[in-house]
Design a protein around this ligand. Structure first.
Ligand code: SAH
Length: 462
């Protein structure tokens, strides 16, 4: 990391320089160095020489904009999306898939080694079965753009909504549902929500499509208790969206960036949809987490269950279990599974999912993971395996302490943030767990995020 003050940086704002890109930042930008200072260049590829203009000086790095690619990489490709660069969703359209996979595997490896104190060679990465059209969930922010209700995605590092038209990484049902809602808004003069004034009604259009059953859930997030012309909206959606499973209103009157509110009202259908994953049926409510890339999630869960190494008799704990996806896949091969999840809708889904799939050996607790883990340890539960799949901030120390008290032989950790995974792996090392395998999974082609699966085994020695 660079430790001099910005006024002493070896580059100035506005300066034009020719730089050689040597690697990637966690957000996917190319990284070049000037006298040790990192310069982040969006849209640049490792090995390229690029002419950049410095447009921002950050606390530990400078940011440059490409003026010209002087020596392009053989991995450079014409972007497959007309919004590449303008939309804040994707960052890897300018390179081939091989290089994107390298960037992600490198990021995971560097995090585990530098933050986690491991000494790994480049970890393997499992490519996504599909590079486009793989997402089953879209959350479109809605805003007034040039006087018209518009839904799309935010431009990079802003809250300005860009009308993306057809998003290449989404299935087509999501865009059809979005376009239908936008037309209904324009026809009925329904105002988009304005973050600054906190006026207006529609905040987000959230669409989830079940990959196997094809059922579509449309959830409209509104700053109010209802919407005008409710039935007109439902009828239009029925006309334009094949296999519309349910339409739900989410009431969200608080400021802030959370997409969903806490209250829901069903306008059409049962309020949830169903999908099949790893041979099991899952009910999915709007608030329940569900991996966005169905086919890759199956590969990830199968690999996780393999690392759990179950023979049919073991006890397994699944912390951060969502709708019980991993719990139920584990339960097929375990004696007993205890899932823990904080969102009550997800826990209700998980219990119903166990019932539907005839699994009587899976139980679910609605609680914060640290409280539940401490409780399980206090009850004397000694699982053979603990699986954790936390949100980006990773595990609290209290969760790790309670896991260590339960002393499982194996910990299987699924992570969506390599940096917090690496930190937690180092903490688990202090509790006598050794990292035995690490593998990256490309769950989000074209986007900067990457999923990682690791196994840690108990050695008893810190
Ligand atoms: N394992 C599931 C869900 C993983 S996502 C799957 O693969 O489908 C992470 C989950 O952790 C979400 O469902 C989220 O609601 C839950 N969560 C977030 N914070 C939590 C906490 N403090 N305690 C328990 N669960 C939490």
């Amino acid at each position: 990391m660079f430790h001099v003050k910005q006024q002493d940086y070896p580059v100035r704002l506005g300066q034009v320089l020719d730089l050689t890109v040597t690697g990637y930042a966690s957000e996917g930008q190319g990284v070049a160095r000037v006298e040790g200072l990192a310069v982040f260049v969006a849209g640049a590829i490792r090995g390229e020489t690029v002419r950049v203009q410095i447009e921002h000086l950050g606390h530990t790095a400078a940011y440059g904009r490409i003026l010209q690619v002087l020596e392009p990489s053989p991995h450079r490709v014409p972007p497959g999306c007309p919004q590449a660069g303008a939309c804040g969703g994707c960052v890897f359209w300018h390179m081939d898939y091989e290089e994107e996979l390298y960037a992600k595997a490198r990021r995971v490896t560097d995090a585990l080694n530098r933050i986690g104190g491991q000494s790994l060679e480049l970890v393997p990465i499992v490519p996504s079965p599909r590079e486009t059209g793989y997402r089953n969930k879209a959350q479109y922010p809605v805003a007034l753009v040039h006087g018209k209700a518009t839904a799309g995605f935010f431009r990079p590092r802003t809250h300005q909504v860009l009308d993306v038209g057809r998003c290449r990484i989404q299935g087509s049902a999501a865009d059809r549902a979005k376009d239908t809602v936008v037309r209904w808004m324009r026809d009925n003069r329904v105002a988009p929500y304005d973050e600054k004034t906190r006026q207006g009604l529609v905040r987000h259009i959230y669409v989830r499509t079940a990959s196997v059953t094809g059922q579509v859930l449309v959830c409209l997030v509104v700053n109010g208790d209802g919407i005008p012309q409710e039935m007109a909206l439902v009828e239009n959606l029925l006309k334009n969206v094949d296999n519309l499973g349910t339409v739900v209103l989410s009431i969200h009157k608080k400021p802030g960036n959370a997409v969903l509110g806490d209250r829901f009202r069903t306008l059409y259908g049962p309020g949830y949809i169903e999908d099949r994953l790893c041979g099991l049926t899952f009910r999915l409510s709007p608030r329940s987490f569900y991996q966005v890339n169905h086919d890759q999630a199956q590969q990830l869960y199968e690999a996780a269950v393999e690392l759990a190494a179950l023979t049919g008799t073991e006890t397994a704990v699944d912390l951060y279990c969502g709708t019980g996806t991993i719990s139920l896949v584990l339960a097929r091969k375990a004696g007993r599974v205890i899932g823990v999840e904080i969102i009550d809708q997800a826990v209700a889904d998980a219990r119903e999912n166990a019932r539907r799939n005839g699994m009587t050996n899976a139980e679910f607790r609605c609680a914060d993971a640290s409280q539940a883990a401490a409780q399980l340890a206090a009850e004397g539960i000694r699982p053979d395996v603990i699986v954790v799949d936390p949100p980006r901030k990773g595990l609290d120390e209290t969760v790790i302490d309670a896991m260590a008290r339960m002393a499982p032989d194996r910990i299987v950790y699924i992570s969506c943030d390599p940096a917090t995974l690496a930190r937690d792996a180092a903490r688990l090392n202090h509790h006598g767990y050794r990292l035995t395998t690490a593998q990256a999974f490309d769950m989000f082609p074209k986007c900067a995020h990457v999923e990682t699966l690791v196994q840690l085994r108990r050695t008893g020695e810190p």
